[in-house]
Design a protein around this ligand. Structure first.
Ligand SMILES: Nc1ncnc2c1ncn2[C@@H]1O[C@H](COP(=O)(O)OP(=O)(O)OP(=O)(O)O)[C@@H](O)[C@H]1O
Length: 572
């Protein structure tokens, strides 16, 4: 229950005070309307209920305070007016709740996206993308509904209080009996609420697992199809789909069981109450009618409250799972304590740098220099730590020991955003967005126009094939660039890195998919660019080591300088 109330009172971007005020006022007007019902009926039937029911006396006194006679017109006005005002105020509150539902769903999405864009790189290396995709699409929408259910639950709480109070004014024994009855029925059916809560949690977990699995499968669909594994792989989904199906079944069964069992028990209890009242006690008809209606309303409102609670707990888990993800992302926020704006005039230096992801060191007291305005190549066997080295230079990881210096200033003192703003980076596992070639080159940077994009494509050796496409720069590259060849994708990614005219260009196996001729063309372009730009390339390819001013070999955690610029003659 506390979890549900925390959603209603704690969800950001909502105004629980306003909603609650409207609902409380609605409750008061409903109470006035209900309280006036008994005197109205008594007056209409003239059965002398006034002598036995205290509520008629209270209404008379209250009307006396404002100088009104408890006549038919006044009482009718109070009954009808009370209901009308209650409806209008509840409607106003629920209109606002409707806005708040959208606010909760979109607010959670926005918070998650903003935080995710600011988390440390290490967070993503152990975070399934499907979990985030599921949170943004499914959980956020269900969270909005969780807020709606929590608000409805709040409405039911107020209604139950109002009915109980009015019942107490008619007869405190009646109120006690109604609450005891409602409570007993609710308690006896509580197991169905627990079933729903568990079903809701299962659905959230299973759906997330399913989306994680599916997004991984779709990313690997080509090898799965190529090796006829798609069908076999589908079997792996069956268990998860089966669990989801069971959770959904339990949800529906428990919801309908609660509704119908509760109605049945209420009808039986009120029936017995009526029978006892009519046959044993001499209760006036108007009082009997009002008492019966109140008993029924009070007991039903306890039931309604429970049903609403059941709906809310069903949707509670996506809300909290979403919040957990947002909090995790906040904890994983990337620190950026530095403030110096880098210029990269002299070069970068790794000074006795050691680093380990987990366990053994990948880099052990590595020292290397990357002079400004030149091409430095790093070679080394697979898994020797070349990408890790560039990740350290990008500030994605921090060294365990030693320092990374940019123009003699420690990277930890440099503003990371400003540092990355002067870097062009092409990763080994490049992925293009399902968008136009132009969008893939500019990445939405307003400083890069069509002309700059073309120049970058030219330097990356991509302009010819881009212009040969039916829609040129506006051609869509397909899912992850699937409409292009591996080498074309590499060249677009290189153009993307060059388009911002970076001061430092980091290339991780950027020409591995290219034929020797295209590779040499690109090398020639990069060689020319490196007169004004610092280039760090990870590669084994001769075309690169030939033009490099410095080549380092990384192996077993240590680095060795295998080619020095002093021996190097730049081709004319
Ligand atoms: N996020 C990570 N968590 C744990 N270990 C990692 C992580 N990233 C890389 N490693 C490990 O660190 C070592 C160096 O990896 P890295 O990717 O830097 O090698 P590499 O030289 O670039 O390899 P390749 O040439 O095959 O791309 C490897 O043993 C790898 O398993």
């Amino acid at each position: 229950m506390i979890g549900i109330l925390r959603i209603f009172y704690g969800a950001e971007g909502t105004r629980p005070g306003l909603v609650l005020t409207c609902l409380l006022l609605a409750g008061i007007f409903e109470g006035i309307g209900l309280a006036s019902l008994l005197p109205l009926l008594s007056l209409a039937i003239n059965d002398g209920a006034g002598a036995t029911s205290p509520i008629i006396g209270y209404v008379d006194t209250a009307l006396g305070w404002v100088g009104l006679e408890p006549g038919l017109g006044v009482l009718l006005l109070l009954v009808v007016g009370g209901i009308v005002l209650k409806c209008l105020l509840t409607m106003a509150a629920m209109f606002y709740v409707g806005y708040a539902v959208a606010e909760v769903a979109t607010g959670l999405r926005a918070q998650l996206i903003t935080r995710l864009l600011n988390v440390r790189w290490g967070y993503f290396t152990h975070q399934p993308v499907g979990r985030i995709a599921n949170a943004i699409s499914v959980d956020a929408t269900r969270s909005g509904h969780a807020y709606l259910m929590a608000a409805n639950f709040q409405v039911n709480i107020i209604q139950t209080v109002v009915y109980s109070l009015i019942a107490a004014l008619v007869s405190w024994q009646l109120a006690l009996a109604a609450l005891a009855l409602g409570g007993t029925i609710a308690l006896s059916l509580h197991v169905l609420v627990r079933v729903s809560k568990k079903a809701g949690r299962r659905q959230t977990e299973r759906t997330s697992e399913l989306v994680i699995y599916l997004s991984d499968a779709l990313s690997n669909i080509k090898p799965l199809k190529a090796m006829a594994k798609a069908g076999k792989f589908a079997n792996l989904f069956d268990r998860k789909i089966g669990q989801l199906r069971r959770a959904l079944r339990r949800q529906i069964v428990s919801q309908y069981a609660l509704k119908n069992l509760e109605e049945m028990l209420v009808a039986m209890a009120v029936g017995v109450g009526f029978f006892v009242a009519i046959s044993n006690w001499n209760v006036p008809v108007s009082q009997l009618l009002v008492m019966g209606a109140l008993l029924f309303q009070t007991v039903s409102s306890v039931g309604k409250m429970q049903r609403q609670f059941q709906k809310a707990v069903l949707l509670e888990s996506p809300y909290w799972s979403m919040r957990k993800l947002i909090d995790e992302a906040e904890v994983a926020r990337e620190p950026n304590p530095g403030s110096t704006v880098p210029t990269l005039e002299q070069g970068c230096r790794f000074q006795d740098v050691s680093f380990a992801h987990v366990g053994d060191k990948v880099l052990d007291r590595v020292t290397l220099d990357i002079p400004a305005r030149g091409l430095t190549v790093i070679t080394g066997s697979s898994g020797s730590g070349k990408t890790t080295l560039t990740d350290l230079l990008l500030g994605l990881y921090q060294p365990l020991e030693g320092r990374i210096l940019v123009d003699g200033i420690a990277l930890s003192e440099i503003d990371l955003q400003a540092w990355r703003d002067i870097i062009g980076y092409v990763p080994q596992d490049l992925i293009l967005f399902h968008d136009t070639i132009l969008a893939n080159v500019t990445l939405g940077d307003p400083r890069i126009g069509e002309e700059e994009a073309k120049q970058a494509l030219q330097a990356a050796g991509a302009l010819d094939f881009v212009e040969a496409q039916p829609e040129g720069l506006q051609s869509i590259v397909g899912e992850k660039g699937a409409k292009l060849s591996g080498g074309q994708r590499q060249r677009i990614a290189l153009a993307r890195a060059l388009a911002g005219k970076p001061k430092l260009l980091i290339l991780d196996e950027v020409t591995s998919a290219l034929d020797p001729r295209t590779e040499r063309d690109i090398c020639r372009n990069i060689d020319a660019l490196s007169r004004d730009m610092t280039v760090l390339a990870i590669t084994h390819r001769e075309a690169w080591t030939e033009i490099a001013e410095r080549t380092y070999r990384l192996d077993g955690g240590s680095i060795e300088l295998v080619k020095d610029g002093r021996d190097f003659k730049r081709p004319a």
